[in-house]
Design a protein around this ligand. Structure first.
Ligand code: PRX
Length: 646
């Protein structure tokens, strides 16, 4: 098997798009790149025609670095674009196929989705939600999450979706920052057959802030949950009494569509602000060209709606294209490891978009598992979230796509809103492991510290050197952080992605991963500082340093080095306490895989913790030069501890 893949890697330096695919592809004109390059504003102006506007823009772009405003004075509504405009031609077409973990299935046609969205939008209004109010959505993968997002968009209330796997504290932090008065949540949800008491967590979160007036609770599992009399209302009850039909609010192109909190280098997650016009234009066209969405496709993106991928490529991109989307509530290995392929077969999925970490898990489980299923309906595969190693790419291409389906490796970020570097499946020859080239109109470069382009084959920072419609507008209530994080490394008009990259002889991009203190655990983005401050908030911890350790399946796992407070001695109990503490404070995804107790952390003479060294120790790699440390002896000791732990 290994050998077969190795030889395939050599054989398939480049995989040309299949002829049949090219013929029918939504975008198959290679000149599109040159056209966009000639005048990118004109290019985006043409693309914007794919969205319905109440009134058109007066000009395409105002670029006062680092602030861009797109489609100036254009008026539109995102929910109108995802729903109303399809009703005449696709009213009875299935918009959502939902499958619960237990195997229960619910479907919504576009007409039903519009009806539910309008009712819920009216319910929100009845409760006092006004244009501009931020509504927090804390829901698992159920259709109500999509309905709630679209209802917010309909009435011009920006949503802030918090991943359901996050803890009460993480929820509270996000509500606090956005000063959100409304929360939408549910009783509970299933994960590997076990019910997660979600309402309880939501209640805990709400009790830590003083802003929330109303909590709307979806009855999903049917379990008993305490309802606070004044504050809590049932979703189905408000829906029953809500009037049908709700005129979409006419929004300015630059009105905020949503906030999405994401991790960065410093302690607290930042609220990435996305606005309406540019975001809809960008997600619509990338969905159309990258995923080649057609009328009869069944499209399944396995991401959670709580992440940007769910926003752009479950909700706004696909629905604005009138696609049929599939949403699955549960785990990929429940009840068995073939659950995903069973879903693909039963629902005849044609387009499948997932993360490398999932692919590596499937690979480990073995190719016999997908082989038991008929996957012949698939015609396009995608990946996102972290670098995909060529081996995993090829495994995916061969075992899931049967060498028929192009694999689109799509690089982008919460901040970019839309896919930025990607093959266009009807044009671009593929190379396993490369995200290939920037989407038409996008300009990306690999720069060194001084802002010079590095030569071919060498690593540098991935930078974006031209504005794009769905770009982050600011960090909510923290303009300075917006400028400092993204626009201060080089000139103010050059966006720092915080990713490393290199380009090859064909100018293809190869993403090397984060260069800041962000780690990617199974594709989830976490700040090491967030985890460190959580550890330090434990009364028995004096100091902590967190790094990502390479992991074959998850990409990275969390390793924490911890110094204990005076007179506290290490024990297995304390170790598991600390692991639970992190899971409680942030969420299970932030659970450290290893904790090492140490009397000291390696520090420079100026007292800075050397995380680079700690990472090398965790990865079992050479630690390099340690002569600048004030305590070089600690390195050997830590190496020994890590070695002994196996
Ligand atoms: O490091 C890059 C990695 O994911 C980061 C963005 O994470 P997030 O904002 O959570 O958004 C994830 C979904 C868009 C990037 O800075 N990343 C994303 N896609 C890829 C990737 N790394 C390599 N290849 C990709 N295709």
């Amino acid at each position: 098997m290994e050998e077969a893949i190795e030889s395939s890697l050599k054989e398939w330096q480049k995989i040309e798009p299949p002829e049949e695919f090219v013929k029918k592809a939504n975008m198959n004109d290679p000149d599109i790149y040159d056209m966009a390059e000639k005048d990118y504003e004109r290019f985006w102006e043409g693309i914007a025609e794919n969205i319905d506007w109440y009134s058109k823009w007066k000009s395409v772009l105002e670029w006062e670095p680092p602030h861009a405003r797109w489609f100036i004075e254009g008026k539109l509504n995102a929910s109108y674009n995802c729903l109303d405009r399809h009703i005449d031609s696709r009213g009875d077409k299935t918009a959502i196929i939902w499958e619960g973990e237990k195997g229960d299935i619910r479907k919504y046609t576009y007409r039903q989705l519009l009806d539910a969205t309008s009712r819920f939008a009216n319910s929100l209004k009845d409760m006092g939600v006004k244009k501009g109010d931020i509504v927090t959505i804390y829901l698992p993968m159920i259709p109500e999450a999509v309905i709630a997002m679209l209802a917010c968009a309909r009435i011009g209330a920006p949503h802030s979706v918090v991943f359901a796997g996050f803890s009460a504290d993480a929820l509270a932090q996000r509500i606090e920052n956005s000063r959100s008065k409304f929360l939408i949540t549910c009783d509970g949800y299933l994960r590997r057959g076990k019910e997660i008491p979600h309402k309880k967590r939501a209640d805990e979160g709400v009790s830590r802030v003083d802003t929330v007036d109303k909590v709307i609770v979806v009855r999903h599992t049917g379990s008993d949950v305490p309802m606070s009399k004044q504050r809590d209302v049932w979703w189905h009850e408000v829906m029953d009494s809500a009037s049908t039909g709700c005129d979409p609010e006419i929004m300015d192109s630059e009105d905020m569509l949503f906030l999405m909190y994401t991790s960065g280098t410093t302690g607290k997650p930042k609220g990435v602000v996305h606005t309406t016009g540019g975001y809809m234009v960008g997600t619509h066209i990338t969905t159309n060209w990258v995923f080649d969405i057609k009328e009869d496709d069944i499209y399944w993106c396995t991401a959670d709606v709580g992440w940007i991928t769910g926003h752009s490529y479950i909700v706004y991109g696909p629905l604005s294209n009138g696609a049929t989307i599939l949403i699955y509530e549960g785990a990929p290995d429940y009840p068995e490891r073939d659950r995903f392929w069973d879903i693909v077969e039963r629902h005849k999925v044609t387009i499948f978009y997932t993360a490398p970490t999932a692919i590596r898990a499937f690979m480990r489980w073995g190719e016999d598992i997908p082989a038991k299923h008929d996957l012949s309906t698939l015609r396009l595969l995608g990946t996102v979230g972290e670098p995909i190693n060529p081996r995993a790419w090829l495994w995916y291409y061969e075992n899931i796509g049967n060498k028929r389906c192009p694999v689109v490796d799509t690089w982008w970020q919460t901040e970019t809103g839309m896919i930025m570097i990607t093959p266009l499946p009807g044009i671009t020859p593929l190379k396993p492991g490369s995200a290939t080239r920037p989407f038409p109109g996008i300009k990306a470069k690999v720069l060194d510290d001084e802002g010079n382009e590095v030569s071919q084959g060498h690593g540098g920072y991935l930078a974006l050197t031209r504005p794009w419609p769905s770009m982050i507008r600011t960090v909510y209530k923290n303009e300075q952080r917006f400028i400092d994080t993204y626009w201060s490394k080089w000139d103010i008009d050059t966006y720092m992605s915080e990713d490393g990259a290199r380009r090859d002889e064909d100018s293809y991009f190869w993403i090397l991963g984060r260069v800041d203190d962000v780690i990617k655990v199974a594709g989830h983005r976490l700040g090491t500082m967030e985890i460190e401050s959580t550890l330090v908030s434990h009364p028995e911890v004096a100091e902590a340093a967190v790094v990502g350790k390479k992991d074959e399946v998850k990409g990275e796992v969390i390793v924490a080095y911890v110094t204990l407070a005076e007179r506290i001695s290490e024990s297995d109990n304390l170790m598991s306490d600390l692991v639970d503490h992190v899971a409680d404070e942030i969420g299970p995804i932030a659970r450290p895989a290893h904790i090492f107790f140490t009397d000291e952390l390696p520090k420079t003479r100026s007292g800075k913790i050397m995380r680079r060294i700690l990472k090398s120790i965790a990865d079992g790699e050479d630690v390099g030069d340690i002569t600048t440390l004030q305590n070089p002896e600690i390195v050997e000791e830590l190496k020994r501890k890590v070695d002994e732990s196996g």
